[in-house]
Design a protein around this ligand. Structure first.
Ligand code: NAD
Length: 451
């Protein structure tokens, strides 16, 4: 079956993509199994060199990859360039891992006990459409570094940069079959990665609803899973913060990538005594966000990814108390102006559900205890920011918030050298950081008697 891609900024059809079937997915997994055995048998230094060569091929293709993402996903060119550069950085970082997969020597009577971190075999990586290439690299780079083969299934709407990364892997000299990219439906290719017993781990990034299905399906084979799921993160502004700075940067904590960001701080909690002051600054900042043609260097926010998604995001504004909006182009394209909504209460749908678009819902709080209680009332726990000049409070609140990635007086959330992942229904397991390759191995201990 062929699937037609749509440019979200123009609504024009682009190339059509052949979707894989269950049979072709099985064939790819079988090929990956053969490639993995050879890959794992290579000297660690040779695997490291191959990953550095892959990184160099990505480096030489950054502009092309970025332009593909602009066309396919509507990401602003400057952001898309950052994403492609990030893929190169992730590959370079994990290229050091094959030579550093250290085991342990454990004291035992009568001999020695050593541990080895053995690769799992074939790993399935299933990615969402919001950051196609970066999220793919968080799975495939550490998995390859640990000696596995990878079958990557990109999201239906945004496969182009993943397909290109597969080509670059081959061109750079990575063995055939080691990293295969299989565009296709979630219910076909994605599901087969769960049910085929030769896939030993699945890294899934996507919605919590599908993540639950993946976890249930994986149980049948006790298949390892990493789940990176939805979020409804909070941006908490205390009265003692630099209110002007917090307000000036707040739009970029939620409207970046048109709000299609699992870490989007889409709940804005402001201490009541500075609420009006904050909102005055915030309105100016929101109205200053440059939404428009993603091919232009100055554009900060592009369109939403697809008409179906645009309709879904729009449905949240039915009956919502919209305080103010930024601007967006008229005409063709799935445009959506940055939107600020006042929560009608803590059970307001806009305040509890992941909208995954440029909509932020604001709510006032009275004191620290109430702020923490409101933040933790969500079923999600992925990201969050805390703004205060009191460093003690910053640490206290960060420790109290049930969330995997927090920042104080900053909106930073993802660094490839620090661990990333969620609490509660935002997911299971951690990606990135120095330990990520270990998550693609099984630890084995071997006892050898001394006599
Ligand atoms: P989605 O769950 O609809 O799809 C994600 C991927 O799963 C796609 O490739 C899809 O084809 C596949 N899929 C769908 N059904 C499947 C099935 N039954 N079996 C196997 N695979 C299946 O999510 P989406 O709409 O593409 O992405 C948006 C969601 O992703 C949001 O909830 C967002 O928060 C989340 N997300 C999380 C992170 C994170 O790191 N925590 C990062 C980015 C996005």
């Amino acid at each position: 079956m062929r699937y037609t891609l749509i440019n979200p900024a123009t609504e024009e059809p682009m190339e059509t993509i052949e979707h894989h079937t269950v049979e072709s997915t099985d064939a790819a997994i079988a090929k990956a199994k053969v490639a993995q055995a050879k890959w794992a048998a290579l000297a660690p230094a040779d695997r490291a060199k191959a990953l550095r060569d892959f990184a160099a091929a990505v480096d030489a293709d950054i502009e092309n990859l970025a332009k593909l993402e602009v066309r396919n996903s509507g990401h602003p060119i400057s952001q898309a360039r950052w994403e492609a550069t990030h893929v190169r950085n992730v590959l370079e970082y994990y290229s050091a891992a094959p030579e550093r997969l250290f085991g342990k020597q454990i004291p035992v009577p009568g001999g020695i006990d050593m541990t080895f971190n053995e690769p799992l075999g074939v790993v399935g990586v299933i990615t969402p459409w919001n950051y196609p290439m970066t999220i793919a690299s968080w799975g495939f780079a550490p998995a390859l570094a640990a000696g596995n083969a990878v079958v990557l299934k990109p999201a239906e709407w945004t496969p182009l940069t993943s397909i290109r990364l597969g080509e670059l892997a081959l061109q750079s000299g990575l063995p055939e079959g080691l990293l295969q990219v299989l565009p296709g439906r979630g219910s076909v290719v994605g599901d087969r990665l769960i049910t085929n017993p030769d896939v030993r781990k699945v890294v899934f990034t996507g919605s919590t609803a599908v993540g639950k299905q993946i976890m249930r399906g994986a149980a049948d084979q006790i298949k390892r899973v990493t789940l990176e799921l939805g979020g409804k993160s909070a941006n908490v502004i205390f009265a003692d913060a630099d209110v002007a700075k917090a307000a000036a940067t707040a739009p970029y904590s939620v409207f970046e990538n048109a709000g299609q960001d699992c870490c989007a701080r889409s709940r804005l909690l402001v201490q009541r005594s500075v609420f009006d002051e904050f909102m005055e600054h915030f309105e100016k900042a929101v109205k200053g966000v440059k939404v428009g043609d993603p091919t232009l260097e100055e554009t900060e926010v592009g369109p939403l990814v697809h008409k179906v998604h645009h309709d879904n995001v729009s449905s949240f504004l039915d009956g919502a108390n919209v305080l103010f909006r930024g601007s967006a182009p008229e005409g063709k394209g799935y445009w959506f102006a940055p939107t600020v909504v006042q929560a009608s209460g803590l059970d307001d749908r806009c305040f509890t559900e992941e909208i995954f678009g440029p909509v932020v819902t604001v709510h006032a709080f009275d004191d620290e205890a109430e702020a923490v209680q409101i933040v933790n009332s969500s079923e999600y726990g992925l990201s969050g920011s805390i703004w205060t000049r009191d460093i003690g409070r910053g640490i206290r609140v960060a420790r109290a918030v049930e969330s995997g990635n927090l920042s104080v007086n900053s909106h930073s959330s993802v660094r490839y050298w620090t661990p990333f992942g969620g609490f509660k229904q935002s997911g299971l397991g951690r990606e990135l950081g120095p330990d990520a390759p270990l998550h693609f191995t099984e630890e084995k201990n071997v006892f050898i008697p001394a006599d």
